[in-house]
Design a protein around this ligand. Sequence first.
Ligand code: NAI
Length: 514
Amino acid sequence: MTVAPDLDAPDFAIGIVGAGAMGRGIAQVAAAGGFDIRITDAAPDAAEASVSFASQMLRRAADKGRMMPEEAEAAITRMTVVPDIAGLAGCAVVIEAIVEDLDVKRQMFADLEDVVSASCILATNTSSLSVTAIASACENPERVTGFHFFNPVPLMRVVEVIAGQRTQADACEALSAIAERFGHKPVRAKDTPGFLVNHAGRAYATEALAILGDGIAEPVDVDRIMRDAAGFRMGPFELFDLTGLDVSHPVMESIFEQFYADPRYRPSPETRRRLSAGLLGRKSGAGFYRYTDDKPETPPEPPAPDARPERVWVSGAEADGRARVLDRLATLNVGIELEDGETPSKAALCLTTPLGADATTSAVRQGLNPARTVAIDTVVGLDKRVTLMANPLTTRATREGACGLFAATGAKVTLIADSPGFVAQRILAAIVNLGCAIAQAGIAVPDDIDDAVRLGLGYPQGPLDLGDSLGAGRVLTVLENLRDATGDPRYRPSPWLRRRVQLGLSLKSPDAIA
Ligand code: NAI
């Protein structure tokens, strides 16, 4: 059986079952995209309410000049409520957006199959269930596809098109073409836990929790570093508070279990404990932050010490890092001790720029006096915020001198506990490594991985582009040193990453060059 509907056929119609938050959003973008919509819901008046909401949104879009008023009115006339799924009989595609329950969805798909034509594509908007498991309730599982939108649908312009184990490629192609008419970017992925976006998003969340669990930095410090130095719109702990731990903790546990306890996805006892304490986030008034009138209470930045070392020696062990530090210090009136291999003078502050190693290891390996040594993270920009790490022997005067020095460059300074990989380089390396693991597993192609993460998670770059801009070799070094320092297979570098570093290729290059 071929599933290749003619999207321009005059009788082409899309059915939607489940008219809640997702169903009404899908109805809105589908009607705006020129499709006739039939929508139904089990709850009385729910479908009418959703069409009236979608109509309001379309008129608002016209008021704001985002579409012509006559286009909005035409889209509104294309949405029709039908009393039950029997009204979806003539549809070429039916999108299911009912409750997230495998048994209920399986029953729905079996019922739909009795109603629709043999060529109708059945799509599920499930966010966490297996498309294959839903499809197995159907006589023709080849027509069943995942079509995973994000909330709110009209603003989140990406949709995952998920092939179940037996889904026919035609069905995925047809849904991708439909998504483009909705104004959405389709990204194709295999039916695997978390699909693409929720899978790739694991690293940001769980690595931040691991940093907290290791006692390296407070949530507010991690958030400030990831916003100011790494360019993320929201820090990981702000994001936890926004989503709510009642949602995010079970997702972390479920993905970890579905990957049979792969340490890369290991959640943290921290969120389990916080969940038990009712510290859900914004919705409960307290999470990683406390909220007053929905505004988080954040401690003020620590004041910059009024101290400055007279001389600074910058390690040349990592040439890129040293160049970045020297560039940053160029405008300051401070004596720099430059030459490669030169022993630092007695009074100098020694700065090291480790990749994946802690301040202690970098001082000891380079034969530096730990009392005068501080490490700086140079994997991210140094203009807005600088992350420094002291070792247990670093004197207070040295610490304060280093903080004062970088504060004088106009940056905010965060001093964290000694640890391999600082905060930003550790989290970024985990994000890149996970993107590489997804590419390696063939879950999606590199461009789709990057588009899904940028559009679905709002990261400044997709993981593979990010790895290329940080320098894939540096990312590999961070991971190898993290793995050696911790002994944790969580940090094992993906072969996709290692191979491309060895060959000097972009992380986006495919496995076989034609
Ligand atoms: P919702 O609770 O807002 O709406 C679900 C609607 O389905 C309700 O109106 C309910 O009356 C109706 N319904 C339930 N069982 C039904 C049945 N047997 N027959 C007909 N109608 C039925 O839920 P929401 O948020 O719209 O989610 C729908 C689906 O989309 C779920 O599978 C969910 O996991 C998925 N999803 C949700 C996202 C979100 O952020 N809300 C994001 C992406 C996917």
